[in-house]
Design a protein around this ligand. Structure first.
Ligand code: F0G
Length: 496
């Protein structure tokens, strides 16, 4: 299939039944998104969510005219707003004013959605949306008509209690994580349990839904592997062409295999992730392909689902700290934004402090934080945790706001610390990919430094599954002993 110069022309697959003008977003989507705006995080300029380009076709916008990245602003509208006559629809802005009375109304809505059977979708109707850990919160994510949504569904990942106190009787393995971190009340949110094995599916369902609204035929991203696997899966589902740019030699084999298997055109770049990112932005603008990196602000809206779901799993009792690995800084921006909005809506009574953890060899955000954000650093990234091997993070300004606003912190951990933490998570029976283990390594360090107290309530995010990277940090000895099928041979192995 050739890419034409207007990758955003005639729609394919999902959404075709809606009598849409070919290539232009349908009227119902335009109306639904009329009050959704894009705000420049640098100069605060405001743009509509969908802009008309030359001819009838929409022009996607990923940056402000000043070059700054954009942030989505949504008019939050409770589905029963008129009936209830409460003040639960307002624009999000920088002011933080909790509205406790509206919080109860929103909590009830989201709790009803999680409790109403059937959970298993038999068609792409309302239940599929409610079964998604992103679209369950749809009024806070993207107010688009339901029939445009492309969802697996995603989310609903486990929140494991792993602290010394809250791990549960008999869970000796999980308790080792709490012991290692030095935390009594510790939870791990395992985003590796998403359909393609990483948190990227949460942003991708919203990004590909937006591509569907725009009538895109082709979508693209640069990736260290997880975004590409996710894009490939969701593009395949929607009948769009997926095109991914990967830094050659720096993507775990399982992520590459997934991307190829889902049918994405896979291009390996002689360069690092930052080179691939620069290239894909130009490619998308030149060739009219819809860009699905987290530079695309709608991806961030989907990733907010991690934050909302954690809060709901904790019965809306916000934790003291949220710790996560940080590379391109999309997740830091998204989860921080979710907490800010949850507070603003009265869903929670305080905003958790965010701790973003970078690998020592890929820590430009940490360096800026140490200098009180007076300077933005670029580094030539190097770390065993290839998922976060990023030297020029796209979401720097969005994430900086999150750290400042939540009284957060940025920490840096060595590859040795990352691999040691991964071994603890793996041996506990939970398992994760190397980059994810930065959360535990960071938790341990921040407890040791006395910044996080041992009795604080802390949630760490595991961003990806153990399964995609079968090499990094794996126990020595490869695939175990090979023996003759006899009891004696087994005895001698067990005696070792
Ligand atoms: N953990 C994993 C497993 C990742 O794949 C990524 C990013 C991160 C953490 C960092 O998240 O960029 O939001 O700060 N992976 C991207 C990719 C870059 O292409 O898959 P971030």
């Amino acid at each position: 299939m050739a890419i034409n110069s207007t990758g955003l022309q005639p729609s394919q697959g999902a959404g075709e039944e809606n009598n849409r003008v070919q290539g232009a977003p349908a009227l119902d989507a335009m109306q639904a998104l009329a009050s959704t705006m894009l705000r420049c995080v640098e100069c605060l300029a405001l743009y509509p969510a969908i802009e008309a380009g030359q001819s009838a076709f929409p022009m996607p916008r990923y940056r402000c005219d000043c070059g700054g990245v954009l942030d989505v602003e949504i008019l939050f509208k409770h589905p029963d707003a008129q009936k209830r006559q409460t003040q639960d629809a307002f624009f999000f802005d920088a002011d933080i004013n909790a509205l406790p009375e509206s919080g109860a109304v929103w909590r009830q809505l989201f709790d009803e959605r999680i409790s109403s059977p059937p959970i298993w979708a038999t068609s792409t109707d309302k239940h599929l949306l409610d079964a998604s850990g992103v679209w369950r919160y749809r009024e806070l994510v993207l107010p688009v008509p339901n029939h445009y949504v492309i969802s697996r569904p995603e989310g609903n990942t486990a929140l494991y209690p792993v602290g010394m106190e809250n791990c549960g009787i008999g869970r000796i393995g999980h308790r080792q994580i709490g012991v290692y971190a030095g935390l009594d009340r510790f939870f791990l949110k395992h985003e590796g349990e998403n359909p393609t094995g990483s948190f990227k599916d949460r942003g991708m369902t919203v990004g590909v839904t937006m591509a569907n609204v725009m009538g895109a035929k082709a979508v693209a991203c640069a990736s260290t592997g997880n975004t590409s696997a996710s894009l490939a899966s969701y593009a395949a589902q929607a009948g769009m062409r997926g095109i991914v740019f990967l830094p050659v030699g720096n993507v775990a084999a399982g992520k590459l295999a997934q991307t190829l298997a889902y049918g994405a055109t896979t291009v390996q770049i002689e360069g690092d992730f930052d080179d691939a990112m620069h290239l894909v932005e130009n490619v998308c603008n030149e060739l009219g392909i819809y860009l699905l990196n987290s530079l695309n602000p709608f991806r961030i809206e989907g990733q907010k689902g991690i934050g909302f779901e954690i809060l709901q799993q904790l019965d809306w009792q916000a934790p003291d700290w949220l710790i996560l690995p940080a590379g391109n800084l999309g997740n830091t921006s998204a989860i921080g934004k979710a907490f800010r909005q949850a507070y603003q809506l009265g869903l929670i009574s305080h905003i958790p402090r965010i701790a973003s953890i970078q690998a020592e060899g890929a820590n430009p955000f940490y360096r800026s934080f140490n200098g009180k954000f007076t300077e933005r650093f670029l580094v030539q990234a190097e770390t065993v945790a290839t998922a976060i091997k990023i030297g020029n993070p796209v979401s720097y300004t969005r994430a900086r706001r999150v750290i400042e606003e939540s009284d957060g912190i940025v920490e840096s951990v060595s590859d040795t610390e990352i691999l040691a933490a991964k071994a603890v998570i793996d041996r506990s029976g939970i398992g994760c990919e190397p980059a994810s283990a930065a959360s535990l390594a960071g938790a341990r360090k921040l407890v040791e430094r006395g910044i996080i107290r041992h009795d604080d309530r802390v949630v760490g995010v595991l961003t990806g599954t153990l399964l995609k990277d079968s090499k990094t940090g794996m126990p020595q000895g490869g695939s175990g002993s090979v023996i003759k099928p006899t009891i004696e041979a087994v005895r001698s192995v067990l005696a070792q």
